[in-house]
Ligand binder design. Sequence first.
Ligand code: ATP
Ligand code: MG
Length: 439
Amino acid sequence: MAMIQRPKGTADVVPAQAYKWHTVEKLASETAEQFGFKEIRVPTFEETGLFLRSVGETTDVVQKEMYTVTATGDSEFTLRPEGTAGVMRAVIENGILNDGFPQKLYYILSCFRHENVQKGRLREFHQFGCEMVGTADPKADADVIALAKNLMDRVGLKNIELNINSIGCPTCRAKYQQALRDYFGARREELCDTCKERLEKNPMRLLDCKSPICKEIGKDAPLIIDYLCDECNDHFEKLKKNLSLMNIDFVVNPRIVRGLDYYTRTVFEFISKDIGAQGTVCAGGRYDGLIGELCGKQVPALGFGMGLERLILTMESQNCDFMEAKTCDLYIASMGEAASERAMAMTMELRDEGFFVEYDLVGRGIKPQMKYADKIGSKFVLVLGDNELETGEAKLKNMASGEQVAVKLDNSFTDTFSNALMAEMFKDLDEELAELGRK
Ligand code: ATP
Ligand code: MG
């Protein structure tokens, strides 16, 4: 039979891999909360116009990558290609702009882009994003960068290079764009068709073009950094000073322009050399014009998006630690109908007490039950049969040591089991400490 397979550029996270996602999601939200960011959740799709207005009509994302959907008689919607636009729409719509500044928000969500699928480049991918609203102070830029850096340190990443640049404000950009038009205009015929179009509308996009010939021509293009106005230059100098005060290493990379239209002044990327061409793990910047563009109220803001697939790929390539999945505390094996019912009742009670307990759900014999308990890594096994029910006593087996102790099957069982579990956990801890001592 022909099986239906998952769409190209999407991925399944199977149970054996899910702990990696739990690790990065947990550490990401913990880091964000420590920096004072609160979670926001927004819809998976938005009116298409939101992305046209915010991401920008001359970007790859809008021109080539959007998944746009319609339902009969409804307006046109687009699956979010990124998080910022929807989050800013929600900030405006829910009156969060009136709640005092800065507002600090974070999210973990899926994004959809119709891209050429490659390693680290998917059609559905996930971002951890942070946005800070209501401050133009360069301290905020450094603080947001510090958050991303803190998370990357926390997950154990090494060799990540922070690249920063300033792409100025509309004032300095006007002069710069003319310089770019002059430069690229001289070789107009050689540019790709998309770039020919961009030359008039948004020449900065040419610097982001992935076609080899445009890249080659772009090598000697004028740099925005040489065109910054005094205010933008001052902002950039202060950002650099703040990063140095925070002991965060960076390089100024005047070639970063970012793919989205709404950025102003600071742009940055954290780049890994360990996962090939798609090495940008995190990218962000300041977008002082976006909220004004959406609602007419001028409110400066900034943020970043971190690609979680790329983060996990980099962690894997560097053998970083992931949080282990929890394993079963106790498996209650049973023989015979009465014992099986007792196993079920005990399991429910122990689960109510907060223990991780399993019992036979297949109707297998005692031997395959023991095998199963071993396979799932249960710390203890309790064996119940008619005999045990009669005497009110059973054997509790420690699966790591093989040691068995007799336990009473009355009200005292929970305490007895809890103590045995504690002793086992402390033994593990002692071994870990001894191991550390040897190192
Ligand atoms: P690129 O230049 O790699 O296409 P971009 O400029 O389109 O990146 P952003 O829109 O800034 O990327 O998205 C922020 C982050 O999200 C990226 O740095 C990356 O980690 C991740 N990301 C973007 N597109 C994809 C994708 N198609 N698959 C997986 N991760 C992605
Ligand atoms: Mg892209």
